[in-house]
Design a protein around this ligand. Sequence first.
Ligand code: CP
Length: 328
Amino acid sequence: MKNPQLDANKALIHLLSTEGLPRAVLEQILDRAAEYVTEMEQGHKKFPVLPGKSVFNLFFENSTRTRTTFEIAAKRLSADVINLNINASSTAKGETLLDTIHNLEAMGADLFVVRHAQSGAAHLISQHVKPGIAVVNAGDGRHAHPTQALLDMYTIRHFKGDFTGLRVAIVGDILHSRVARSQIHALSTLGCPEIRVIAPKTLLPVGVEQLGVHVYHDMAAGLKDVDVVAMLRLQNERMSGAYLPSTQEFFKYYGLTADKLALARPDAIVMHPGPMNRGVEIDSAVADGHQAVILPQVTFGIAVRMAVMALVAENQARAVAHNKGYAA
Ligand code: CP
């Protein structure tokens, strides 16, 4: 089946999910991000890749890290950035998502960054935009958060070199987590040989083993000798009903404390996509400890989002030029 994120040459034209993306595309994004990181470490702040292009940030759900780093990333690429204030937009008057998109297209949008509570929202938009306009998913429902997973992959590669021989544990509310799903697809494609998920039965999707992960319900067994611990927040906003007796009980069994982390390899890194709930899924001593790479994740997110926007825009422009060539 055709992957809607890729053109006929298998070049990335939208980023909707890490699922189904070839390893070469994932590595291309990570490599381009590495170039930006190196240049930014040398003091470069502006990269004239998207001059005159309009990036529309459409966040129908709350965000601190993703929205802000997309804005910084687009500005570093010299794009114009428009942050739609959803609460003050005509969405509140009943305008449909696609009508909103078509109106923004009429204003000259070149790239949409979309976060939405409905799984599939970014995919739907990508099917209805004009040729040449790219869509980047900034998190859709429980489905996918591909740029988060990519910045997580970047962080792992930065601290661990590569993915061969790594044991990675993803811990917490896997059931409601778009981050976990995107991480699992990216890790498998990049060749990580052992992906573990650790959670109570109520917070695991049925059939999660089919994604190629090893399932643990016990932190002591699941964290033993891992190289990477990727924590997740309880996604209360996506829960309907009671999945846990209490957050105190969750912390007792699944909260990452220094004692539990000591079961992982001594050089294990601790990641968290944020926002963190201290004392629920992670203890402050670990969140602020020397193994935590939570703030470097945020910083790398700028370069990874620059890489994604640069690549989709370049590939869209190439596809449009190619099609015009055929028409002529
Ligand atoms: N990790 C993440 O998506 O954080 P925000 O909700 O703050 O964007």
